[in-house]
Design a protein around this ligand. Sequence first.
Ligand code: SF4
Ligand code: SF4
Length: 481
Amino acid sequence: MSEPIVEQHHIPESPGLYAKHQKVYPQEIGGYYRNLKWKVTAAIMAFYFLAPWIRWDRGEGQPDQAILVSMTLRRLYFFDIEIWPQEIYYLTGILVLAAVGLFLATSMAGRVWCGFTCWQTVWTDLFVWVETRLEGDRNKRMKFDKAPWTLDKLGRKTLKQIIWIVFSILTGAGWIFFFNDAPTAAMDMLTGQGTWGLYGFTLLFAGTTYLLAGFAREQVCIYMCPWPRFQGAMFDEHSLIVTYEAWRGEPRGKAKNKEAGNLGDCVDCNLCVNVCPTGVDIREGDQFQCIGCALCVDACNSIMTKLGRPGELITYDSVSNQMARERGDVPKKRLIRKRTVAYTLLLCAVLALMAYGLVNRSELEINVQRDRSPLFVQLSDGQIRNGYTFKLLNMVAEPQTFTLMVDELNGAKMTVIGVAPDPVDQVTLDVGPDTVATYRIFVRAPKESLSSQFKDMEFVLTNSATGQIIEYDSRFAGPDR
Ligand code: SF4
Ligand code: SF4
């Protein structure tokens, strides 16, 4: 009897779903984009740490912090602008503005947000700067990490951690100051009088800063941030992006071999890879891991200058310009295109809407809720009575007085609990500064004033000081007909 044939299939070994993190040691480089990045960093730091300390006089009893998101007062203050929770649409407008602004910037200048202004990039840059000062530049840091522990290594590593932690705590506190009166919160925290909320949130933000900028670094951009996944939709061939001019650089080869063969301008020195904060080799083409910081442009330019070759082998330019240069044509910038015009128009429209809303903003908000249960009450004299909860939100820092009347309901009279116990044609209502006043109002009217079960009517408020009239549409319910 013959042996059964057993088929053997080779099952390839799984590459695994987890790859060990390869630490990136970016090398320091000077140049145009590096200087530009430091300037942007300085501006962001100045705003972040100084803005909560700017004072702004809003009158007595009002917070005097120019930019403040007050949780206790439930309000957002931005110099003279005050946004209440009821005006959440302004916040929506700000978010839409930020999103469209980002789309516009990306379609014009690629990942300029990621490379220059994103706080992950900025804070990581500063953390790496500290690391470089204490442990040396790329090669030294790599050797330093592999070297056995000595007193010197322990001292430097400890000092680095202390500086990182202090800076993280300052960052956490800086964030908290936007939500509290900065001088009071700082003093409370320094004297141990701060609330658990103050300490807790400062530590929370300090901890995330320390982890994200000190350790996670480029992994935030590569694995955590969703933006690189869809930013490609905003690019076209005219968007400025960091790219390698392969037509000029290839075939690459060492400088000394240049004359030996038909080599391109890239001398394969790897400096562009070494300076990259995300460890990208831009010569492999555009990659989502590239944050567009342009440090590789500085790196390559420095090599080209040393070799006496034309710069911009790695360039911050559009694909169409690269192709034009390859063909020998004159490149030209095309910032005005269909998509940039569309984003700009959208940006202007949202800005105009918000500006219109702010200019015509009412400083009084009315909210009226008619009782649903019971819908109406029939009084002993046959009249119909409806109950309303009347809320007046006074958004100014002074008390206001209003006269309230009912219109478009024949024979209507009101009683207001605590204000007008007997039926009257009009009633005076007071609202304190910066508060919501709630009144229970009962409107009564003869049955004959209703031609159907529901009758549209109006509450008419007249500001006693300014004479301004505000009308609020409501309904009056009666028996089914
Ligand atoms: S490839 Fe160049 S532009 Fe992209 S992240 Fe690296 S250094 Fe920055
Ligand atoms: S820095 Fe320039 S020359 Fe050096 S490897 Fe990169 S592209 Fe080539």
